[in-house]
Design a binder for this molecule. Structure first.
Ligand SMILES: [Zn+2]
Length: 420
């Protein structure tokens, strides 16, 4: 028999928690709670109080993530653990739900288990992963990277424009500020890592689907593209024979979009390419542009599509460079492989949704998430819930307490399923 999601979680309690966190923002710029800011510390304090009130043992791990643990009964032998987590930091002028929904859903699981006096045969950790959003040090997902053993000295040594060293900031909020020597020592005992998140796109809302079960988190690859021409006087350099780096760069931008569109149309999984950053030198109104530097951001669920895109872009750029008499250099800055969510966990999530009478579909994530890193060390999976108009990273970001309650009910059903 299907049970209504309200049996498992309470939309009113969810709304109240979301509201409380929304108030912890930079007052002039809602909703802003940057990692390491005073608002962030207040949110951490609020969360820790909630964790402790619900009976969780709290700790800040070496990477600065806040972990609240509900222990398995002492009788259980080597019980293993399940992690439910997301993040409470935001981007500047972000929303009330990105990350927050997932942490609140984890708390709902604890409230349900406490109310029903259910002992699980494994430890349950609710985690606020440190600094999931991209920060001024240029690295996202600090907490999950650290757990996965991927936070290195060169990242921790970065200093922002106010002279704050990243490692020192992590130490200040309770982590060690040191690189991880490897994955979390108890990684082997993690049975599952689960995250609920708003979709940040509009597929679920448009198709009126309750739950998205994430198949994969695309690898993000970035390349720098440098176009070199010849600067010159805009009044005296004749049109014929100009080596205009910006004209050449414009051609490459348009070509990149054409190639990306055609690949996206053939690839039934996630594929997007963006040139979002461009610098023009010398950037003078009376000077023919001599050099352009751009950054290409590629996100693909299918590495073959990524490689095909780059191959076609290289070929097209070579042709443009000959036609426009400019040099074009393309260099890889970073390349991450696709993170696949665990098949068995995905099936469990689907069964839980079925049990609750909730509609669900499989989809790729457009954005990066902590589960991309956690999936390298433990079986991981994510569910998405609808958000209005697919808007995210802006104050208009919106989902409903009912949508979060449906999602947390799926997580809770999955916990019960795994507990047998
Ligand atoms: Zn997020």
């Amino acid at each position: 028999m299907t049970k209504h999601f309200n049996t498992y979680s309470e939309p009113n309690r969810i709304a109240e928690a979301v509201e409380a966190l929304a108030e912890l923002t930079e007052p002039q710029r809602p909703f802003t709670r940057l990692v390491f800011s005073p608002e962030f510390s207040r949110a951490r304090q609020w969360l820790q109080e909630r964790f402790e009130a619900a009976g969780l043992e709290c700790q800040i791990d070496a990477g600065g993530s806040l972990i609240g643990t509900r222990k398995a009964p002492a009788a259980s032998e080597s019980p293993g653990k399940i992690i439910i987590g997301s993040h409470v930091d935001t981007v500047p002028a972000g929303g009330r739900f990105d990350g927050i929904a997932g942490v609140v859903a984890g708390l709902e699981a604890i409230h349900f288990l406490n109310a029903q006096r259910i002992d699980l045969p494994f430890d349950l950790e609710i985690v606020d992963f440190l600094g999931e959003e991209l920060n001024v040090w240029g690295t996202s997902c600090l907490g999950s990277r650290h757990m996965a053993g991927l936070l290195t000295d060169d990242i921790l040594d970065r200093v922002d424009q106010d002279g704050r060293r990243l490692g020192d900031e992590i130490e200040r909020i309770g982590g060690t500020g040191k690189p991880a020597s490897g994955p979390r020592p108890d990684a082997q005992s993690i049975l599952a890592c689960l995250e609920l998140h708003i979709e940040q796109s509009d597929r679920l809302e448009t198709d009126q689907i309750d739950i998205g079960i994430v198949t994969d988190i695309p690898g993000i690859s970035r390349y720098s593209i440098t176009v070199t021409g010849s600067a010159g006087h805009s009044g005296t350099t004749r049109m014929e024979g100009r080596r205009d780096a910006l004209v050449t760069a414009s051609d490459i931008i348009m070509t990149a979009r054409e190639i990306a569109r055609s690949i996206a149309a053939q690839d039934n999984r996630h594929f997007v390419a963006t040139i979002g950053r461009i610098e023009v030198y010398p950037n003078g109104a009376a000077t023919v542009p001599g050099e352009v530097k751009m950054i290409l951001d590629l996100r693909a669920s299918n590495e073959h599509s990524r490689d095909m895109f780059m191959e076609q872009l290289h070929a097209a750029s070579l042709e443009t460079s000959r036609r426009e008499s400019c040099d074009v250099g393309i260099e890889r800055i970073s390349e991450a492989s696709v993170a696949h969510m665990d098949d068995a966990l995905r099936q469990r999530l689907a069964r839980s949704a079925d049990h609750l009478g909730l509609s669900h579909i499989n989809l790729s994530s457009g954005a990066g998430h902590d589960m991309a890193h956690m999936s390298r060390i433990a079986p991981s999976a994510m569910i998405f819930i609808p958000c209005k108009g697919g808007l995210s990273h802006c104050p208009e970001e919106l989902t409903t307490p009912d949508a979060i309650a449906r999602g947390s009910a799926v997580l809770i059903r999955t916990l019960l399923d795994m507990a047998g």
